[in-house]
Design a protein around this ligand. Sequence first.
Ligand code: SAM
Length: 222
Amino acid sequence: MKIKRVRTNDGTDTIFNEKFGETYHSYTGAYEEALRKFTLPTQIQDFAETQNTIKILDVCFGLGYNSSVFAEIVTQINPKIKIKITGLENDSWILEQISQTEFPTENWQLFQTMQNFEIHSKNLDLKIFIADARKTLTNLSEKFDFVLFDPFSPKSCPELWEENLLEKITKVSKKGTKLTTYSCNKKFRKSLENLGWKTSDVKGVGRKSPSTLAEFSPQKSE
Ligand SMILES: C[S@@+](CC[C@H](N)C(=O)[O-])C[C@H]1O[C@@H](n2cnc3c(N)ncnc32)[C@H](O)[C@@H]1O
């Protein structure tokens, strides 16, 4: 397949996906998006400083930029913390592009040299499940601290923004779990709120519309 690589405005590269008619990241900056829409809004400082382990669910792993940046920031705050990432991705082709793609994080070499879609290093354990996220989610039993939610847009990939998928994410969340996503889609936020999440705006990066931070705040402790 012919790969259409696109240089974004912060100098990092993304890829254009013909089937969905979208790039995997925002033109305003792929690195910047991972940092400012998916990582910093979680205000990770306190959690990273005080915990020994952090569990991250990366829904729609793609090139893994969100996980890479998130892990990098967490490690900068607490170099001893053990980071466990579960990635959900249904297209092994995009995962194979990671080794051919440059990205400016210190841990990127680990991502580029992953074996069998897994990384096991001193502080980072990562495992990617290659299947439809809707199916994989029903097989997960552990609870996650953070969810990075990054499907293609609600318009081109509506099936991943539906309430029944969010129900499955809610089942693997606990009180205080934080979810970040680039979209501020109203129906999506309403579904999250129906399920016990509190949603808030994150100031837009490179555009007027905000992105979303959600925190699982059930009435009763899960
Ligand atoms: C916007 S891209 C994600 C970019 C990625 N988070 C990154 O940092 O590079 C959306 C991803 O969702 C994946 N995807 C689409 N439908 C899916 C499904 N049903 N289950 C799992 N992954 C899916 C696509 O293959 C694509 O890699």
